[in-house]
Design a protein around this ligand. Structure first.
Ligand code: SF4
Length: 381
């Protein structure tokens, strides 16, 4: 399945273009001490070899910025930097990177009497002068206090969303459009909600997706997957990062996990119910994990795909899940749902359970139910 993307602006970050119909860019960041130049260069190369499109380096001080200059001289990767509280570091890092991230919630720390607009205008000018893109990175844990003080009628994401939109409006008003936006939270459901809200209100702005503090694999990957499945399937998200708690020598796993999640979504291998908005048959099957109790599940998913080819033109969703833990819940919204146990496959039509069947009995039963749905739909239309 080709992943439909929202028609966002193209934002160039070095040799990579984010948005504008390009494939989703996968990012990671170094976790070494930036002033340890050899270790940081080695990690950049490791991430680049794993296929990273953009690599972020932590720079918190002028000494880190000096190290960045050395690192830049030794690597060709597209680099980005996250400005922490000292926004004035922008001019020290910009000559050596392709993208700068600033957090609207951090701008008030320095030069408190200066309006944030002046600070953003300064960052944008530094970006223009140094051929850099920007990321407006809003984080649930550090939302602009001025926005938090406003009333959003109980909408938990209101301050984050308002802060992002305010900065987009301002950047646009000064003629700077080479930016992407991120709205991150540690709760995947909030990530889904706030990014959907943003994409609805500013569909032309490329989004960088991520779940913060996702944690150790495999749980960290699952959390991230849940959010990305619901967003990427809807055309939302132009670049991603999977943030994992892994030792330095395993940081490339972030890139591998990101690429795997994108490939799985494109193939319909999803662990939650995903509506791809198709007008034809939508078969989703979970990507499988250690919870699978019978390897026959993998073959079954393939057989379901083949058996249902005759019904391809019908808008029907069939979900095939690998285990009894997540299967029952994750198939609720499908027209037909299957989930696999050690010896039997459970079948559900919408929310109604139809019983469990042996692996060699399930396909004919599924076909009978599918035929019935097709017949009902044709009578109804
Ligand atoms: S449905 Fe079960 S087997 Fe499949 S990925 Fe989810 S937990 Fe793992």
């Amino acid at each position: 399945m080709e992943l439909r993307r929202n028609p966002t602006r193209a934002v160039r970050v070095g040799s990579c273009t984010i948005g504008g119909g390009q494939p989703i860019a996968v990012q990671s960041m170094t976790a070494t001490h930036t002033q340890n130049i050899d270790a940081t260069v080695a990690q950049v190369l490791d991430l680049q070899n794993a296929g990273a499109d953009v690599i972020r380096i932590a720079v918190d001080s002028p000494k880190d910025a000096a190290a960045l200059k050395e690192i830049r001289a030794q690597v060709t990767a597209n680099l980005s930097v996250d400005l922490q509280e000292n926004y004035r570091l922008a001019e020290l890092v910009a000559p050596y990177v392709d993208k700068i991230r600033y957090n609207p919630g951090h701008l008030y720390h320095h030069e408190r009497s200066k309006p944030w607009q002046e600070k953003v205008a300064y960052i944008a000018k530094v970006a223009v002068d140094n051929d850099c893109a920007l990321r407006v990175g809003v984080n649930c844990g550090s939302v602009d206090p001025a926005k938090k003080a406003e009333d959003y009628g109980g909408d938990e994401n209101g301050p984050m969303l308002a802060s992002a939109i305010e900065h987009c409006d301002y950047l646009d008003s000064i003629g700077f459009t080479r930016y992407v936006v991120s709205l991150k939270d540690s709760d995947p459901q909030n990530v889904i909600l706030v990014n959907k809200q943003f994409a609805q209100s500013r569909p032309e702005i490329p989004l960088h997706l991520g779940v913060t503090e996702a944690g150790l694999p495999p749980d960290g990957i699952i959390k991230t997957r849940i959010a990305f499945e619901q967003l990427i399937s809807q055309g939302i998200g132009d670049t991603i990062r999977v943030s994992l708690t892994v030792p330095n020598n395993r940081k490339h796993e972030e890139i591998e996990a990101g690429r795997r999640i994108i490939a799985d979504i494109a193939a319909g291998r999803v662990r939650s119910f995903v509506d791809f908005g198709l007008k034809t048959m939508n078969i989703i099957s979970c990507p499988s994990c250690s919870r699978v109790e019978n390897e026959a599940f993998i073959d079954l998913a393939q057989q379901v795909k083949e058996m249902t080819t005759y019904a391809q033109d019908h808008k029907i969703t069939i979900a095939v899940m690998g285990c009894r833990v997540n299967g029952p819940g994750e198939t609720d919204d499908a027209d037909l749902g299957l989930w696999c146990g050690p010896n039997h496959v459970n079948l559900k039509k919408g929310p109604v359970e139809l019983g469990h069947f042996k692996y060699d009995e399930i396909l004919p039963r599924l076909k009978a139910e599918l035929d019935q749905i097709i017949a009902q739909k044709s009578v109804a239309s």
